[in-house]
Design a protein around this ligand. Sequence first.
Ligand code: ZN
Length: 180
Amino acid sequence: MAILKVCRLGHPALRMQSQRVSKETLASPAVQTFIDNMMETMVEYSGVGLAAPQVHESLSIAVIESRGPRGDIPMTVLVNPEVTILDESLMEDWEGCLSVPDFRGRVPRYARLRVDALDRHGNKIEVTAGNFFARVIQHEFDHLMGKVYLDRMRDFGTLTHLAEFERYWLPKERRESSSA
Ligand SMILES: [Zn+2]
């Protein structure tokens, strides 16, 4: 396995809509290894999510995992995800992004959603998620559509450098802050 290079804001790869992955392509050794590498890269950089465009691949694949104070999410691979919003109320909370390093900002996200996707083996899966899990899914789904969390902020008044976030804004119950 390998740690992949994460592209940062300004790289055109972050602004492209990713391509759907056929079952044949998904089954190929190259894509299976790529998914392993995405997982390893996310863990290496303490991310809670990573989307293929962040590592320069225009493929509709995202990986998500969290074991932190904001909630446990098992390792989840979403291929060709389609999101259906189940609760349109918007909840604002802090987000960070591995492609926008060392910043945090408050982003409104829908409270609850369903994802229809394929798992890494090409099986259809349906995931219903709320709160933090729903937030991470929306963040990753945005990457697959060429969007970053800055595009979703209502205003930049809360945009903060990481050191200042941890000094002034990080809630005490969340000692660890994460990016996706
Ligand atoms: Zn991100």
